[in-house]
Design a protein around this ligand. Structure first.
Ligand SMILES: *Cc1c(COP(=O)(O)O)cnc(C)c1O
Length: 384
């Protein structure tokens, strides 16, 4: 069997161990401790946000972020349609109602035109959740401007886009709340974990309070609000601190992977790489290939051909409005998703049906890339 090539697996740099050792030596294994505080400071300062709250997952950051923005039962929340379900699930944890907004074709992220349309129908919306898919920034300026016009807070799901920039500013800092993830396959990983960032101290203090069981400041255990066990451990934070030291290297490598694919596939007329906006710098978390609708090669053909050679790839996220679990919400809106134009299939569905995520592992060597590219090129030349 040939060497396995992964989609995106953890890449440790060796420094993580020293942060963990320090935690062991000082017996600060749990609950909190220096690594948690420092990781919050270091990450917030890296992205240019005032405060960070280290949590057990990116999903927890989105959940408590929505709560901090006042989202409650029966509130409407606009949400990117083409994304991982963790962007949307927390809306439903709070029994609020997600309304899905289609993508535009230039970044595959939330279409400001579709967003504006949705606002006209639901001016009373409580919050907007925008994702930067695969590490590619959305049209954040336009989206922010629309949110400001309607005086509705923006939550940025930057779980996939740590280190990506839009107009010279880091993603995760455009909304009142930003959420990052350090899950196993993200651009850096702490084995699992997340971070909420905000410039507002009250929000971050409240989130830390909820995340530690909402314990009031009394000697005994006094609870006036519903609490959660969402805090990050000091060990996990140590891994995160170590990883943060090589984040820029990871981005560089991911960019090289993207550019290598782009160059290799430029002669195949029926494919394009995932696009990004000129005013943005992605972190290139995952490189994706989009096939022309008329192409004889399907995403499944690519996935099968690679899998046969022990190489991992996967489909594009399936849009939220097509997910059975959210069906009870999508019947509220026309076709389940707000689009730029009613004449066409949603852009998200088109990308889902014709796209594929290519192996984007930081440890990919030049030979690995040649192996992957060779298989894909052959597939397209056989199916002309
Ligand atoms: C990974 C991911 C999340 C969730 O992060 P976890 O740390 O796994 O909870 C949320 N949104 C998007 C877009 C993601 O890719």
């Amino acid at each position: 069997m040939k060497k396995r090539i992964f989609l995106s697996s953890p890449t440790m740099n060796g420094t993580e161990q020293s942060y963990i050792e320090e935690a062991f030596e000082t017996n600060w294994i749990a609950p909190l401790g220096k690594n948690v505080n420092e990781f919050e400071n270091e990450l917030a300062s890296y992205v240019g946000s005032r405060y960070g709250a280290a949590l057990s997952a990116g999903t927890a950051a989105i959940h408590l972020g929505l709560k901090a923005l006042g989202v409650k039962q029966d509130d409407i929340v606009f949400c990117s349609d083409l994304t991982f379900s963790a962007t949307c699930n927390p809306i439903c944890y709070e029994k609020a109602i997600p309304v899905f907004i289609d993508s535009e074709e230039e970044s595959w992220n939330m279409d400001p035109v579709a967003l504006e349309k949705a606002f006209q129908e639901y001016p009373q919306v409580k919050a907007v959740v925008v994702v930067n898919l695969y590490g590619t920034p959305a049209k954040l300026k336009e989206i922010k401007t629309i949110c400001e016009k309607y005086e509705v807070p923006l939550l940025e799901d930057a779980a996939e886009s740590l280190g990506a920039m839009y107009q010279g500013k880091m993603t995760g800092t455009f909304g009142r709340v930003g959420a990052f993830s350090f899950n196993g396959n993200k651009i850096i990983t702490s084995s699992g974990g997340g971070m909420l960032v905000s410039d507002e101290k009250e929000i971050v203090d409240k989130v830390r309070f909820w995340a530690t069981q909402a314990r009031e400041n009394e000697r005994h255990y006094e609870h006036k609000e519903l609490g959660y066990n969402y805090r990050m451990s000091n060990i996990v934070a140590g891994i995160g601190r170590g990883q943060l030291t090589t984040l820029d290297k990871h981005i560089e490598k991911k960019k090289w992977i993207y550019e290598t694919y782009k160059k290799a596939f430029q002669d195949i007329l029926e494919v394009k790489m995932n696009p990004y906006l000129e005013e943005s710098v992605p972190n290139y978390w995952l490189s994706c290939l989009l096939m022309d609708e008329k192409s004889k090669v399907s995403p499944n053909d690519v996935i099968d051909a690679l899998e046969k050679e022990n190489i991992e790839s996967r489909p594009i996220w399936k849009p939220m409005h097509l997910q059975p679990v959210f069906e009870k919400y999508t019947c509220v809106t026309k076709n389940g998703v707000y689009k730029n134009s009613e004449r066409f299939k949603s852009i998200g569905e088109k990308v889902f049906l014709n796209g594929v995520c290519l192996p984007s592992d930081i440890k990919n060597t030049e030979e690995d890339m040649e192996r992957i590219i060779g298989i894909i090129k052959e597939l397209f030349s056989e199916n002309k």
